[in-house]
Design a protein around this ligand. Structure first.
Ligand code: LLP
Length: 438
């Protein structure tokens, strides 16, 4: 997929770069990002919305992969940006991302984070609960500002890949409950607060979703709510944000739709619902994270030791693991991989890929078909662009890998590999402790 292919040396090539060259030059583990594929995904969203004729914003959910270079690409592609912390906001601002296109999410924004976002004059706060609603109004008031908000509502639709349920989701830490009436109460209160301008509502129904039904159900609920609000409060929403969650293909078991299919289903559904109710067509916002960057990322590892337990299993260990990709350990996520330096060779054995962390749960892939892997081979694990670097840790004091962006045969470092001195950069030995053991 993307610009990946096997070159005439039998090596995996991405963005015109031979992965064995990348490994030699930048070391492993290494995150490789196919820049053209990221841009292609961003354009698929923008084009699908343009085709709908509706007003829109595609906000890249930067939690999936937030680094300066990625914010620059999002900006260049005309996306907006969803941030959920001062760190993501800072990254976006330092990248020169236009503040007016930044949306601030999260269920517990601190007063410091809110003030930082107010000073930066971001485009919209997605307000999650009553405490935040009042706090934001007060802090905006202190600065003499009036800010745009969406209210995050819990629509009572939850989608997980193929399963979606339409009830029982009120027990969530996020958002104002629709069924229980909190959402309505929040609109009533928000419209009365002087320093807030209510644009509309937001709903996010889940992640790695393969079907459009959940989005349709959410659109129905949101429209029903908008009508209720118009009838009772004579207030019209300008914006409907349907969140992210569009699935990608990690393995053959995953059957996502094309980006254009998800967006068409959403825009059709919003158009139908609102037109039928004679409601002015709102602007539609979405927040894809995984589907923008997920399949553009590949992690390169060097194979180290192996352990064969005859008749049971062969473990092949690589020089990274749950520190650069915690998803298998956290979510039992499945990945596909190849030997990048022998990509043309047929599979010869079934092995399980172990990370180097000191715990048994640090397994990247169970039962992978590979050519006979030996020490020094290069393993490429696909679809690691989303929630990998973003969720990487220094567990076992392992250094975070570098990130390189590849395009047209050239590679550029977007994040430097951490050094051993980075590992202790924040450590302090208290003087008192040094002086006496007691
Ligand atoms: N909007 C909101 C409000 C969200 O909570 C999320 C993801 C997104 C958008 C983007 O969803 P996406 O398009 O990426 O599915 N760490 C997990 C995923 C957590 C998703 C959290 N929220 C993983 O690695 O699978």
């Amino acid at each position: 997929h993307g610009t990946s292919k096997i070159n005439d040396k039998g090596h995996l090539e991405i963005g015109g770069c031979d992965t064995t060259d990348l490994a030699r030059e930048y070391g492993t583990p290494l995150y490789v990002v196919d820049e053209a594929l990221v841009r292609q995904r961003a354009r698929e969203y923008v084009e699908a919305f343009r085709a709908s004729g509706l007003k829109f914003q595609v906000a890249y959910a930067s939690k999936a992969f937030s680094v300066l270079a990625m914010c620059v690409i999002a900006e260049q592609e005309g996306l907006s940006l969803d941030v959920v912390s001062d760190g993501e906001l800072y990254t976006a601002l330092q990248a020169g991302f236009p503040a007016g296109r930044i949306h601030f999410h999260g269920n517990n924004k601190t007063p410091e984070e809110i003030n930082m976002a107010l000073d930066a004059e971001i485009g919209c706060f997605v307000v999650d609960n009553f405490t935040e609603l009042r706090l934001l109004n007060a802090l905006a008031g202190d600065k003499g500002k009036k800010v745009n908000i969406l209210l995050r509502i819990t629509p009572g639709v939850e989608a997980h890949t193929h399963d979606y349920i339409s009830t029982g989701q009120e027990d969530s830490k996020f958002g104002f409950d629709l069924q229980g009436g909190a959402a309505f109460q929040a609109v009533e209160e928000a419209t009365g607060l002087k320093h807030l301008h209510l644009l509309g509502v937001h709903s996010h129904i889940g992640s790695q979703i393969f079907e459009v039904e959940g989005f349709r159900m959410a659109a129905d609920k949101v429209c029903g709510f908008a009508l209720d609000v118009r009838a009772k409060l004579n207030y019209t929403f300008q914006v409907i944000n349907l969140g992210g969650g569009f699935g990608i293909r990690y393995t053959n078991d995953d059957t996502p739709l094309q980006v254009a299919e998800y967006i068409k289903a959403i825009t059709d559904s919003v158009r139908t619902n609102f037109t039928k109710a004679d409601y002015p067509l709102p602007e539609i916002w979405v927040e894809p994270g995984r589907s923008i960057v997920g399949d553009a990322g590949t992690t390169l590892y060097t194979v180290g030791t192996s352990k064969d337990i005859p008749g049971v299993r062969k473990y092949v260990s690589v020089d990274g693991g749950m520190t650069d990709n915690p998803r298998p350990a956290l979510y039992q996520s499945q990945y596909e991989a190849v030997l990048a330096n022998r990509a043309g060779e047929p599979a010869a054995e079934t092995v399980s890929i172990a990370g180097k962390c000191c715990e048994s749960g640090d397994m990247l892939i169970w039962d992978l078909e590979l050519p006979q892997a030996k020490s020094g081979d290069l393993l490429a694990v696909f679809c690691t662009g989303a929630y990998n670097y973003a969720m990487a840790s220094n567990y076992n004091r392992i250094r975070r890998p570098a990130v390189v962006f590849v395009r047209d045969g050239a590679a550029d470092v977007a994040v430097k590999r951490e050094t051993l001195s980075d590992i202790i950069a924040g450590d302090v030995i208290p003087e008192r402790l040094r002086k006496s053991a007691l």
